[in-house]
Design a protein around this ligand. Structure first.
Ligand code: ZN
Length: 86
């Protein structure tokens, strides 16, 4: 198993992914598994969650929000900081 982990580590450092929330590119080694919609809200929303890769920051920030709510949250945050909406 140790050998495989070494290979996996190297692979993860070489391969990059684009975070679907901030659209930045990160090495796969920094990817976190993100449930969308959040596991805790599956019942409320009535659909099973799927796993996506997201950066740690977005995953933390997003918490129990759905992708839509998180996009809206980021938009509002943007406005609050005085930037013009896109
Ligand atoms: Zn991100």
């Amino acid at each position: 198993m140790a050998k495989q982990n070494k290979w996996r580590k190297l692979y993860n450092e070489q391969v990059s992914f684009v975070c679907p929330y901030c659209l930045k590119t990160f090495p796969l080694s920094e990817a976190t598994k993100e449930h969308e919609p959040p596991k805790s809200r599956q019942k409320e929303l009535g659909k099973p969650s799927q796993i996506y890769l997201a950066c740690k920051k977005c995953n933390n920030d997003k918490g129990a929000l759905t992708a839509e709510e998180y996009a809206e949250y980021k938009r509002l945050l943007h406005l609050k900081h005085g930037h013009k909406a896109h």
